[in-house]
Design a protein around this ligand. Structure first.
Ligand SMILES: NC(=O)c1ccc[n+]([C@@H]2O[C@H](COP(=O)([O-])OP(=O)(O)OC[C@H]3O[C@@H](n4cnc5c(N)ncnc54)[C@H](OP(=O)(O)O)[C@@H]3O)[C@@H](O)[C@H]2O)c1
Length: 302
């Protein structure tokens, strides 16, 4: 893979997270020693200046940011830090990227929408977050778009991976001890495997990289998630069918019956047509992504 214009290295932030750790493997294969992966001690997103400094020192040609404040409920009482990490620092990255001519790839969320819709959301549909996390990510989108003219923002949703704190691993743990589980059945979305996000991102990078001379403009927001949709209860059922001989019984409950600090949007299915057409990719269904994740899993099923 060539570098996307310029001769600088590739900079990856958030390499310890679900998406970042999967990206790390692919980017390391593609770019080898041209990949720079600052850890949190060197690039603390609570300190935009520390992140600016890394960019000034390394003069990258591509920056991929998978770091974010993703604790949706904690954000309700931690607004300042959520906005620092999700708005101020990505905006600072976009400003520095512009100065050095670097392309910037950033991630956002289905939670920018209020969930009142009933048809898959397109990129241009009005955003109206219902919680602080969604507000901070939307503010980050605005900051990045205003500061940079060479950027991609991938909005993704309901992310899980083999490792880490996520719905899949919560269900894996509960399946070992519970015979019955109450699970929310009135929120609809697209559970998306971090591996599929990383793979699509690498495809996009290949296209941007090969486009250095052609100068096609890829800048903008793209929806990048699994195709199809389900509820949390539907996702749990699919997980149990795949990992349990005797699955726990699922009792469907409403959002109100499962009280959490942050309100949740009810319907955040994303229309992925734009990303699929632009980057010539096909996003697998959520069921297929779950199969792919479990077959790559290091955790044995019971
Ligand atoms: N998770 C979801 O369900 C979901 C849904 C929609 C969109 N997204 C978006 O997708 C992207 C990737 O999410 P993910 O699920 O992979 O996130 P994740 O697993 O929670 O990882 C977040 C990463 O950000 C890093 N980070 C957090 N605070 C930081 C700070 N102050 N300074 C430096 N690094 C910091 C974490 O570092 P440590 O490893 O040190 O903690 C971690 O590497 C994010 O933009 C997120 O908003 C996620």
């Amino acid at each position: 893979m060539r570098r996307p214009g310029g001769h600088g290295p590739i900079l990856l932030f958030g390499a310890g997270g679900q998406v970042g750790s999967t990206l790390l493997t692919g980017l390391a294969d593609a770019f080898g020693s041209n990949l720079i992966v600052p850890d949190r001690a060197r690039a603390d997103f609570a300190s935009p200046e520390s992140v600016r400094e890394i960019i000034r020192q390394t003069r990258p040609s591509l920056i991929v940011n998978a770091a974010a404040y993703t604790a949706v409920d904690a954000a309700e009482s931690d607004r300042e830090l959520a906005f620092l990490v999700n708005r101020e620092t990505p905006t600072a990255i976009a400003e520095e990227a512009s100065k050095y001519g670097a392309f910037f790839i950033h991630y956002s969320t289905d939670y920018v929408f209020d969930g009142q819709g009933s048809q898959p959301y397109k990129e241009g549909d009005p955003a109206a977050p219902v919680n602080v996390y969604g507000e901070s990510k939307l503010a980050g989108e605005h900051g990045v778009a205003a500061a940079s003219d060479r950027y991609i923002i991938f909005r993704t949703s309901w992310v899980y991976a083999d490792q880490g704190r996520n719905f899949l691993n919560a269900m894996r743990g509960l399946a070992e001890t519970k015979t019955e589980l109450r699970i929310v059945s009135d929120q609809t979305g697209c559970p998306t495997w971090a591996g599929a996000i990383a793979e699509a991102t690498l495809e996009a990078i290949t296209l941007i990289t090969g486009n250095a001379e052609e100068k096609r403009d890829f800048s903008g927001i793209y929806h990048l998630c699994a195709t199809g949709h389900t509820t949390w209860a539907g996702f749990a059922k699919a997980i149990f069918e795949r990992i349990c001989l005797e699955p726990p019984r699922i009792i469907p409950i409403s959002t109100e019956e499962y009280a959490l600090p942050a309100p949740r949007p009810r319907y955040t299915v994303l229309d992925t047509t734009r990303a699929e057409e632009c980057f010539a990719i096909r996003m697998p269904s959520w069921e297929r992504q779950l199969d792919d994740c479990l077959s790559s899993s290091k955790i044995p099923t019971n």
